[in-house]
Design a protein around this ligand. Sequence first.
Ligand code: MG
Length: 367
Amino acid sequence: MSRKDRILGALLGVHAGDSLGASYEFNSWSALQDYYPNGIPHDIVGGGPFGWSPGHATDDTDMTRAVLLAYKHCTATHAADATDAKDSRDSLALATVAGNYMLDWYEGRWPGRRLGSRPVDAGGATRVGLSTFSGSNPRDPRRAGAGQGQAGNGSLMRCIPTALFADKAALVEESALVSAVTHDDARCVLACAAYNTIVAALVDGVLPADAVEAGLAVLSEDTVELIVATFTGDDGEVVGTLTKENLLEALPQVQSAISKGKAVRVGDLAELGPDEAPGGKAAIPLHASGYVLESLTLGIAAVLDTDRTTEDLLVDVVSVGRDTDTNGAVAGGLLGARDGVEGIPALWRSKLQFGQEFTEIVNSLVK
Ligand SMILES: [Mg+2]
C-alpha cells in the first residue's frame, strides 16, 4: 500500500465515518439496540436528526475540508514564492487560513448549502470559537477558541489534514494552532497533537501499536514547552487562555485516554454497551457523547484491533452510540491511515459528498 493510498484513506475515512454515523447521532447504545436488534446496516443511509441525504458531509467532514483547503492554499502560495524555503511555511498563517475557511462554512459560503445559510450542526464551542476568531483583529487562532473547560471533540474531528500535509517538524505547533481556532482547551490541543502524530506514523507505514506509542511519546513536557512558545507573542506574554499550567494538567489525562484505548475492544463496546463491556465504564463513562478524550479512546481502540476490518470497526464504533458521527470520523481517520482507501467499502466511497474533491486534492498535493 502506498503512502498516497493511506493519505486518501485517512481523509475518506473521516468522511465515511462521519456519514455512516450521521444517521444515528444522539442515540444511546441501548436505543440503537432496540431499533436495530440485528445491528445497524453496513451502509451509509443518511437520515438522522438533521435528515441528511446519504453521504452528505456533516460538520466533521466540512471542517476537515476547511483545514484541507488551507493546506492546498498554502502549498500553492508557497509554490508561487520561489524565495520561500519549504520548511519555513508559517504555521500561524496556515492556521489563520484554516480558520478563514471554517468561517466560510460557518457563515454560509459552502458547497451544498444556500448562500448565506448557517450550518445546522455547528457545535457550541465551535460557534463561540469561530465568533471570537472572526472578531480578532488581525485574525489570530491564538486569540480564538471557546476557552479552557470547553473540551468537546470538535477540533479532534477535523485535525487530520495536519497529519497528512504538515512538515513533520511543524506537526505539533500546527495541530495546536488549528485546534485553537475553535478548541483551545489544553486537552483538545494535546489530543490533536497526539492523534496527528499517530496518523502521520500510520501513513508512513508504522504498525498501529508502534504508532500509538509514538502518540504517547509526543505527550511530553518538551511538547508543552513547544506549544507554550507557539502561543507566546512578540512581547513574551502568552496570547489567549492556554497556559503552561493548563497543558501540564492535561498531559496525564490525554495519556490516560490513549492507554484506556489499549484496554478496551470496540467489538465488546458495541455488543455489550459502554457500561457492561470489559473496561467500558473506565474508558467511556460519559458514553462517547462528545468529550474529546472519549472519542480519542474509541479511535485508539479501533486502530489497535488489527484483526478486524475498517468496515466492521466503524460500524461498531458508531454502534456505541451518542456522538456517532464524530466518533466515526475520528476512528475513520485512523483506520483509513491504517488500511488505506481500499479498506473503505467501495459502496460507501461512492456516496461521499466530497469524495471526488478530496481525491483530486490528494492527487494534486501528493506525488
Ligand atoms: Mg457531525
